[in-house]
Ligand binder design. Structure first.
Ligand code: NI
Length: 261
């Protein structure tokens, strides 16, 4: 079984001391492809460095909405240069976060739009983070053309909201919360999605799946997400692994057969 963790932050400082062991455990568990996602310029550079050094590791570069307030025109130029590198297979994570509202909403929208435009210019997919901002996310995406290659990461919304993203061409990715004992919405959403638009991820180091909930997450735990998704789709886990592997390859323009080289 081979699995693709389409969203993890191995560029986070929490892995500095034991990254080699984390990667070894991932590969031993079958997680042989990982997309390491940036959230500001330094973390995007670290994602690129990892992608250059490690087989099966790819990078997304982007500026998270938390940091939108401080973003300058020079930062966006710098991001465009990082995005041009071959190891940068996507732009992200970008989006809107009205839960923490670390940056003013208007500024988050401006920086989101600017980055969507950069992705379009570069012809690369987007990794979108949305929290408590569904209406404005849809409005912003529509204002930027309403048709995208990319993914709504760590999805936690309704079936109806998912349909709006699917109509714009986006994939839907589910993470550890689908395994939680008290999960209500996600177990209904997953079987309702088109099977060719479903991705899985860990969002490590956050949101560890059951039974690791509350501890540091890592890509090896993606197996628990795959198992729960398989159960919800009434498929063997190997079939769910294959399906989400192929969807991930299609979303990020990677070869389906490349086993991590
Ligand atoms: Ni993330």
């Amino acid at each position: 079984m081979r699995l693709f963790d389409t969203h993890c932050h191995l560029n986070d400082e929490t892995y500095q001391a034991d990254l080699a062991a984390v990667l070894a455990r991932a590969r031993a568990a079958g997680v042989v492809r990982m997309l390491v996602v940036g959230y500001d310029l330094p973390s995007s550079r670290r994602a690129l460095a990892l992608a250059e050094a490690e087989n099966g590791v790819y990078a997304a570069v982007g500026i998270h909405p938390h940091d939108a307030a401080g973003v300058t025109a020079a930062d966006l130029e710098c991001l465009a240069e990082l995005l041009a590198r071959p190891q940068a297979v996507a732009l992200g994570e970008i989006g809107l976060d009205y839960h923490y509202e670390n940056s003013p909403r208007r500024r988050q929208q401006e920086v989101f739009r600017a980055q969507l435009a950069l992705a379009r210019k570069a012809g690369k997919p987007v990794v979108i983070h949305g929290r408590e901002a569904h209406a404005d996310l849809v409005a912003t995406l529509k204002a930027e053309g309403g048709s995208f290659q990319g993914v709504m990461h760590c999805y936690s919304g309704s079936k109806e909201a998912a349909r709006e993203y699917l109509e714009m061409g986006l994939y839907i990715s589910v993470a550890g919360p689908v395994t939680f004992k008290n999960a209500r919405k996600l177990p209904e959403v997953v079987p309702a999605l088109p099977v060719d638009r479903l991705l899985i991820e860990t969002d490590a180091p956050y949101l560890s799946p059951h039974p690791w909930r509350g501890r540091r997450n890592e890509p090896a735990y993606l197996v628990a997400v795959a198992e729960r998704v398989a159960e919800l789709l009434k498929l063997p886990v190997e079939a769910a692994a294959d399906l989400t592997w192929n969807n991930g390859a299609a979303c990020f323009g990677l070869a389906a057969e490349d086993n991590g080289a």
